[in-house]
Design a protein around this ligand. Structure first.
Ligand SMILES: CC(=O)N[C@H](C=O)[C@@H](O)[C@H](O)[C@H](O)COP(=O)(O)O
Ligand SMILES: C=C(OP(=O)(O)O)C(=O)O
Length: 350
């Protein structure tokens, strides 16, 4: 059983705790603070545990060449990648406002720190946990600095190999025990064939003492529900107010009705995990008494006969007789009284 730890105040994850559901607002707010607030409210109303953003300090995250490279995508807000990213970036003051807003409406608030300066800002903002985006999970310098901040960590593993993920585990484990690793494939939208849910099982085997989760970029909710059924303890999905909006992530995001349905389905699946003890349950008694089978005489059996298998069959019978699993134990037993063909074989006959 993976160890539990408190990801947010009063909200442990891992073990048998409910799956922690992150609504990744990311940059789907289009650079508009009012849309961002609407999305935080939406995440809360749909039942997500946390609203998450992406914080960058652009000069720390990108070099000059990357900032000035042309961005010709249909999703571009400005002609250069730097201009585009700047359009989607909220200031420190705006982050504080969003954090206050999330506090007011009662949903956990955090962000991925997309570079070391952003992590320092989020540390000062005192977010409950730090999300490490896939693109930083092999950035060991950053990982070490971030782990040392002491916040719980949720680390995504898109674009990485198992060797790198082992190194992530080892590095962070040595500094900060409170972290989990998410299976993730970094493509938008993600085809089911590239999801590789089996990696969740692999991570559970490789890292049995930490919670494992899933960060999905597919469309729809089925795959994320399956991830939870496989034991994901944290799930993250992009959310949007409108999938047709401009932006790289909207198509692979969930609209409010889908997020609501995802949360509802995850909570149902969790109720269904139940126990690993296999036994007849009280709720099965009705079915058993209506359709459960009994041993029945196949032929008329005279009193004093030693039973053989060819005298017996199994049917739904009234009254209830001996259970079918005991049929072989009846062979050789002598009946006290005569039994008619098709009569239930009951304990009283011996
Ligand atoms: C890998 C990574 O950081 N991925 C993020 C999280 O999933 C995404 O939200 C990107 O920020 C987004 O897809 C980038 O789009 P553009 O390049 O149009 O700003
Ligand atoms: C890119 C991010 O997440 P992931 O790698 O899980 O898609 C993020 O959190 O900003």
């Amino acid at each position: 059983m993976p160890r539990e730890f408190e990801l947010c105040p009063g909200r442990p994850i891992g073990g048998d705790q409910p799956c922690f559901i992150i609504a990744e607002i990311g940059q789907n707010h289009q650079g508009d603070l009012e849309i961002a607030k609407k999305m935080i409210r939406m995440a809360k109303e749909c039942g997500a545990d946390c609203a998450k953003f992406q914080k960058s300090e652009l000069e720390c995250r990108f070099n000059k060449g990357a900032l000035s490279r042309p961005y010709n995508s249909q999703h571009a807000w400005k002609p250069t990648y730097g201009g585009h990213k700047l359009h989607l970036e909220f200031s420190h003051e705006q982050y504080k406002e969003l954090q206050r807003f999330a506090n007011e409406i009662g949903i956990f608030f955090t962000a991925s720190g997309m570079d070391e300066m952003a992590v320092q800002f989020l540390h000062e903002l005192n977010v409950p946990f730090l999300k490490i985006a896939s693109a930083d999970s092999n950035n060991f310098l950053y990982l070490e600095t971030t782990a040392k901040k002491g916040h719980p960590m949720v680390i995504s593993s898109g674009m990485q190999s198992i060797e790198i993920v082992r190194q992530i585990y080892k590095t962070v484990k040595g500094i900060n025990p409170n972290f989990c690793i998410l299976q993730c494939t970094s493509a938008y939208p993600l085809s089911p064939e590239d999801v590789n849910l089996r990696v969740i099982t692999e991570y559970q085997k490789e890292f049995p003492d930490i919670p494992i989760g899933y960060s999905g970029h597919e469309t729809g909710i089925a795959i994320t529900i399956a991830a939870v059924a496989m034991g994901a303890k944290v799930v993250e999905r992009h959310v949007t107010l409108d999938k047709t909006w401009k932006g790289n992530d909207h198509e692979a995001s969930l609209e409010p009705n889908e997020l609501t349905e995802l949360v509802r389905s995850i909570r149902i699946v969790e109720r269904a995990f139940g126990t690993s003890v296999k036994r007849l349950l009280p709720c099965e008694e009705n079915c058993l008494s209506k359709l459960g089978k009994s041993v029945v005489a196949k032929v008329a059996i005279p009193a004093g006969t030693s039973l053989t298998l060819d005298m017996l069959t199994v049917k739904v019978a009234e009254p209830k007789g001996i259970s079918p699993e005991e049929i072989f134990a009846l062979v050789g037993k002598k009946v006290k009284t005569k039994i008619d063909a098709d009569e239930s074989i009951t304990k009283e006959l011996f």
